[in-house]
Structures are given as C-alpha cells and as structure tokens.
Design a binder for this molecule. Structure first.
Ligand SMILES: Cc1cc2nc3c(=O)[nH]c(=O)nc-3n(C[C@H](O)[C@H](O)[C@H](O)COP(=O)(O)OP(=O)(O)OC[C@H]3O[C@@H](n4cnc5c(N)ncnc54)[C@H](O)[C@@H]3O)c2cc1C
Length: 301
C-alpha cells in the first residue's frame, strides 16, 4: 500500500514481483461486498435471529466505559477500548490490531499491533483519515496468538474475505470489533482543516479528531507547540469541501454498521445523551462460541 497526501493509502502492484495469483483482488473489499462470499462466517453464526436493517444481531445496548478516563478520552463512550482492555485482561486476546498516527507524519494513520493496556489505550479515539489497517494481518499470520481487530466496516469486510482463504486468520483473529462508519476522509481533508486554522500542514506534529469529552473535536498541534482546536463535527460535516475528499469507495458502501463484525460500536447521537461524557451504541452479533475453527465449524473462544 502506498500513501499520498491526496488519496491516502492505495494499492500499488510491483509488476516485477507479482505472480498474477489474484489473491489481493480476492480479499480486497474495494471491489464490492458480496455477502455470499462470507458464507462460512454466517454458517458459524447459525441460530442467530434473522438479520434486519441492523444486520444480524443478538443484543443491543447503549454503554460506556466504567473507567472515567477511557470514557472521557474515547470517541464516544470509550466502549471499543474498554472491550479490548477487558479481552486482554481476561486473556481472551494477546494483542489488538488498532490504529495510530504514523511516526513522523501527522497526516497519515497506520495500523499498530498493541500488546499492552497502555498501547491499546493510546490508540483510542476516531481517526477521520484513511488507514490500510489490514496490512497488520501479516502480523497475525506470522506470529501465533489470539488477536482482536478493530476496524471500519470495509476493514471487517476485507478481514472476512481473507479469513475465508486463510485458516490461520480464522483461528487467530478471535474478535472483530466493527465501528460504525458514515464516511472517511482522505488526508488532504486534514491538511485543508489545518490551513483554515492558519497552520501549515507540513508543520503538524499531531492531529486528533475526537475527544476529550463528547463529542470533542479536532486538535492540531505543530512541531513548535502551536495548538488549534475546532469542535466536532464543524470541521468536516458542515463543509462541502471536506465531503469532496471522501474516498469514492465510501460513497458506495452499503455497510455503515459493520454487519460482519462480532460486535459493532457507534456514536449514540440521541438528544437524551446531550451533555453526557459520551455514550456508545453497542450491537452484539455473534456468541463467543461461534468462533470458526480451522475446519469451518464453530469452536469456543
Ligand atoms: C472514519 C469514521 C467514521 C465514523 N462514522 C460514524 C458514523 O457515521 N456514525 C456513528 O455512529 N459512528 C461513526 N464512527 C464511530 C465513532 O466515531 C466511534 O469510533 C465509535 O462510536 C466508537 O467509539 P468508542 O468511544 O467506543 O471508541 P474508542 O474507545 O475511542 O476506540 C476507538 C477505536 O477505533 C479505532 N479506530 C479509530 N479510527 C479508526 C479508523 N479510521 N480505522 C480503523 N480503526 C479506527 C481505534 O484504533 C480504537 O481502537 C466513525 C468512526 C470513524 C473512524
């Protein structure tokens, strides 16, 4: 995957090394979502109530992290981070594939394999910026262990397509935590936001998109410590120019709620939660025992 300021991460074929096997195309969610190709996942989830407009689900809640700091610093209720920390503490996972700003480039996001509670907590918060998260699946293929993956619906789609082909990925990615997604943004959206706040994007040391508190906002900091802030969602949502930087694939996505995840979380945009520290929607989709094993039959987590 190659990064550019204009488009973010895009696949790049090295013609000298390509064998023409087409595996990359087979696991790429970019070409579209064929739910029939995830039939093995649906078979493992047998017995679930019939899917409705939320996709398949077994339980619906509003929730937040009981740890005040995790909730306050999270994008909505800090539930994604709390679930990962709980899974790590209870030894259900050894590591989590999450997202963090790239080292040395505040406008780029990169996947990160977090192995400690501190590393997981440091990656909380929504990044309205493209990330080639599934590049981190290589880690799960090469290093034995049980992993959680937190991703946008497109990341979960790619994961399921890859799991369909890779026994090791079926065995090792034991928790797919999907986050609701209405749209994402190319890195130049952040660069434009910086310019509008009278900052040179090249001078940025850090970009944070949500929190602290709810809904929080954009916080840009330069290498010399100059800070500019703007509340969410003003810096993207109310702005047609920002919408112009939404990747074309996002405009066509039919899967805003990450229907192929084990658990989906989103922002609880309800009037009754206005003024709260943050509340997440929570959709439980699969039971713990519906973990596809190497032969495709359900196994315990
Ligand atoms: C691009 C984008 C669009 C979204 N659109 C909507 C929407 O339209 N409606 C809605 O209700 N909710 C939307 N969300 C989800 C919402 O902003 C929160 O992420 C969600 O409610 C979880 O909040 P939390 O406090 O439980 O998570 P936290 O505890 O803050 O943890 C967030 C987790 O998400 C991971 N993450 C952050 N950004 C990305 C990314 N770009 N790609 C992959 N993983 C990432 C982090 O690594 C972290 O583990 C969107 C999120 C993103 C990133």
């Amino acid at each position: 995957m190659r990064w550019t300021l204009a488009r973010g991460w895009l696949p790049c074929i090295d013609a000298g090394r390509c064998t023409g096997c087409a595996t990359c195309l087979a696991v790429c969610p970019g070409g579209g979502l064929d739910f029939a190709r995830t039939a093995w996942w649906r078979a493992a989830n047998e017995g679930a109530p019939a899917p409705d407009f939320l996709g398949p689900w077994r339980g619906l809640w509003f929730g937040w992290a009981t740890d005040e700091e995790i909730r306050y610093q999270g994008a909505s209720g800090g539930v994604a981070t709390a679930i990962l920390l709980g899974a790590l503490a209870n030894q259900l996972i050894d590591a989590a594939l999450v997202v963090r700003p790239s080292q040395g480039n505040a406008l780029a996001m990169e996947p990160f394999v977090a192995r400690s509670p501190e590393e997981i907590a440091a990656c909380r918060g929504s990044k309205y910026n493209m990330v080639a998260l599934n590049a981190a699946l290589r880690e799960a293929l090469t290093h034995p262990g049980r992993y959680a993956l937190v991703g946008l619906p497109c990341h979960i789609q790619g994961l399921r397509l890859a799991q369909r082909r890779h026994r090791r990925l079926r065995e090792r990615i034991v928790l797919a935590l999907g986050i609701f997604c209405g749209w994402s943004a190319e890195p130049r959206a952040t660069a434009l936001a910086a310019r509008r706040l009278a900052l040179d994007p090249n001078d940025l040391a850090e970009a944070r998109y949500r929190g602290p508190g709810w809904p929080g906002g954009l916080r840009l900091e330069t290498k010399v410590g100059l800070v500019r802030e703007r509340p969410y969602p003003d810096y993207f949502d109310d702005d047609r120019a920002m919408r112009a930087f939404t990747p074309p694939r996002c405009r066509l996505c039919p899967d805003g709620l990450a229907e192929l995840s084990d658990v989906s979380v989103g922002d609880a945009w309800l009037e009754r939660f206005t003024g709260s520290v943050g509340v997440s929607d929570l959709i439980a989709r699969t039971p713990p025992q519906a973990r596809p094993s190497s032969n495709g039959s359900p196994a315990s987590m």
